[in-house]
Design a protein around this ligand. Structure first.
Ligand code: GTR
Length: 412
């Protein structure tokens, strides 16, 4: 639990940002006012010191914020190394017929007498003369669902049909742009069900009985983020991948996990959040769309137990999601929203990204800055990027095209 003194310090350091009320549509169609709220300061430490330099940000404020998110929201996992074995299960080099290399790598992770496996599906440009930048993006339904390619090995926890999710995965577009794609089924690290914790990676470290665990123990979001870092370990060992140019992309709940992974693990060179909403890029204190109570009740296995203390108490939270986005600084960050995804609060996602610009300014970098919310389908791309596209909660070619343009700014 946070101490009262700490809480008061943070509250007194708050900045009143919004005293509207603006009116908003929630997913059930009710117009609800966005309540008055104030955001905890980004660049003032718990002791009230102002952060002006890169060193102070990295040595003082960044660790405080990381610890707050770990202790109060996403939970902690022990930073104990596990034994990792990498095995190439299938490799199709360019046989003259295609410009794509397909590679499927199994990662076996062991500790504490427990073993878990994750299967990576990789597509890489065959013409590349050197190691390539890659998008690392978990999939929802199994590797075989992202393409109709019949050589793709089924992910262990999925029997869903080949190709059913292919509209979200423009493999050829990525290859043409010179990028590789690395994907895996997120169930590999925690099958997304509160009753399946024993099948997750948690038993490698800890008891899965919630009652026996400290309230800051990580659950599914932590496990997914941890998995992303394990994959990063593998990518650092793969000569065909430029491990200094790994772009982590996650959609929706996987956008939440990608942000948490990117915040903790600075090896990810760029992070993209797509429609990540509550617990992702959206400000919780706006209480617009999905609320803290709704997310904790529907998904009791996502966050740590401590997070439930903020159910219906968003204004008492000593942190908010602009601070999570700031933890990506100085690395490029892109936040994407969709007009029909009001459940994820597009404006709250934008405002968090805008506030996070302050952390980039500490590095002298021009992030999206203090602008108004951009018009629909008019991306803003500075050191950080943002767009709101027309349409629903989804991953579309429009999103990928803009992420490629953004990635090209840094990696080409
Ligand atoms: C919803 C959830 C959101 C988002 C979404 C998804 O049911 O309320 O927070 O994570 O699922 O992951 O598709």
């Amino acid at each position: 639990m946070i101490s009262r003194k700490f809480f008061q310090t943070v509250v007194s350091a708050s900045l009143v940002l919004c005293s509207l009320p603006a009116f908003a549509q929630t997913s059930n169609g009710n117009a609800t006012p966005v309540t008055d709220y104030s955001l905890p300061e980004l660049l003032i430490t718990n002791n009230g010191e102002s952060i002006r330099t890169q060193e102070d940000w990295e040595n003082l404020r960044r660790p405080e914020l990381l610890s707050l998110f770990a202790g109060q929201m996403y939970g902690r996992l022990p930073l104990i190394p596990v034994e990792a074995i990498y095995q190439v299960r299938e490799l199709t080099p360019n046989g003259g017929e295609t410009d794509i290399i397909r590679k499927q790598v199994e990662i076996t992770l062991s500790r504490n007498g427990e073993t878990r496996k994750s299967l990576l599906l990789m597509y890489l440009p065959a013409q590349a003369e050197k190691a390539v930048p890659v998008f690392l993006a978990p999939n929802f339904k199994g590797n075989q669902t992202i393409t109709t390619d019949s050589a793709v090995i089924y992910s262990q926890y999925s029997d869903q049909e080949r190709g059913i999710a292919q509209s979200r995965w423009p493999v050829q577009t990525l290859i043409n742009a010179g990028y590789g794609l690395v994907t895996f089924h997120y169930f590999d690290f925690y099958p997304d069900d509160p009753n399946r914790a024993t099948e997750s990676i948690l038993p490698l470290f800890t008891d899965t009985d919630y009652d026996k665990n400290p309230d800051d123990n990580g659950q599914a979001l932590s496990a997914w983020a941890w998995g992303m870092s394990q994959i990063m370990d593998y990518l650092q060992n793969d000569d065909q991948v430029n491990a200094d140019q790994v772009i982590l992309m996650g959609h929706s709940r996987l956008g939440k996990a990608a942000l948490w992974a990117g915040a903790q693990d600075v090896r990810f060179a760029m992070v993209i959040s797509n429609n990540s909403g509550c617990g992702g890029a959206a400000l919780s204190k706006r209480v617009y769309g999905e609320t803290v109570q709704q997310i904790n009740n529907t998904f009791p296995h996502w966050f740590c137990q401590n997070f439930a203390q903020y159910n219906n108490r968003e204004q008492e939270m000593p942190f908010d999601q602009h601070q999570l986005l700031a933890l990506i600084a100085p690395r490029p960050l892109y936040v994407a929203s969709a007009t029909e995804d009001q459940w994820a609060d597009p404006e709250g996602e934008f405002l968090a990204a805008r506030e996070a610009s302050k952390a980039y300014s500490v590095y002298g970098l021009e992030a999206i800055g203090n602008i108004e919310m951009p018009a629909v389908n008019e991306p803003v791309q500075k050191w950080t990027g943002y767009h709101i596209r027309s349409g629903k909660h989804d991953v579309t070619d429009y999103d990928w095209d803009n992420w490629i343009i953004f990635a090209n700014k840094w990696f080409k």
